[in-house]
Design a protein around this ligand. Structure first.
Ligand SMILES: [Zn+2]
Length: 82
């Protein structure tokens, strides 16, 4: 489940994704990105699962999944919310 909202720390518009395993809402950056296997960056899938990979390079011919970047990497309000 996905809904939009604002971060209660920095006030930025973000996307909340509910993790199905424990029903916890995860704050993510507002817009999804395309990611591919093979990196070590962590993303959140539409179902709230962790996806480890890297962003697809523009023009790269690779199968990508649409994922979200965890907001806590960018939040100017501080603290890690996992
Ligand atoms: Zn924030």
């Amino acid at each position: 489940m996905i809904r939009s909202g604002t971060c209660n720390r920095c006030g930025k518009e973000i996307t909340w994704i509910r993790r199905e395993s424990d029903k916890k809402w995860l704050p993510c950056e507002f817009s999804p990105v395309d990611a591919v296997n093979g990196g070590n960056e962590r993303f959140i899938t539409m179902k709230g699962e962790t996806f480890t990979g890297r962003r697809r390079i523009i023009g790269e011919n690779a199968i990508a999944v649409q994922v979200y970047v965890p907001h806590w990497f960018h939040c100017k309000g501080g603290s890690n919310e996992t």
